[in-house]
Design a protein around this ligand. Structure first.
Ligand code: 4NP
Length: 146
């Protein structure tokens, strides 16, 4: 799960996907990262933590890290929150196989639409909407890959 800062959107996506996998008894390796370096080592934004908590998820122990090119080798699927993340991730890819692992996450909801998960960083009211978008997308991700 990849966004810009790894403090707002991708920590929610990581928490939501892990919770759904646990419910279904599936053992996938899930992690999140940011394309940027500004928030390395920080916990998720308090607004993401409280939104997750509202829906019964604890994401407070996550810590932000920056996406590395080896992540494109280590993981089977790299999900970008928006188009700019997608372009930044592709710049780290070294092979066609790595490039083929990168998807816009909302294309699991609306195939081919290339919709962005809006960055809620500057919008206190955006977090709930982002949670629900990611919740639906994560459901579809599991459905498609099981
Ligand atoms: P995220 O949100 O990419 O969803 O974690 C952002 C967090 C921080 C910044 C931008 C977006 N920032 O500019 O510091």
């Amino acid at each position: 799960m990849v966004c810009l800062g790894n403090i707002c959107r991708s920590p929610l996506a990581e928490g939501i996907l892990k919770d759904k996998l646990r419910e279904r008894g599936l053992n996938w390796a899930v992690d999140s990262a940011g394309t940027g370096f500004w928030h390395i080592g920080e916990p998720p934004d308090p607004r993401s933590v409280s939104t997750a908590r509202k829906y019964g998820l604890d994401i407070s122990r996550q810590r932000a890290r920056q996406l590395q090119s080896q992540d494109l080798e280590a993981f089977d699927l790299i999900l970008a929150m928006d188009r700019s993340n997608y372009d930044d991730i592709l710049r780290l890819a070294n092979t066609g196989q790595q490039k083929s692992k990168v998807e816009m996450i909302l294309n699991y909801v609306d195939p081919g639409s290339n919709r962005n998960v809006p960055d809620p960083y500057w919008d206190d009211d955006g977090f709930d909407k982002v949670f629900h978008m990611l919740d639906e997308a994560c459901e579809r991700v599991i459905d498609k890959h099981t």
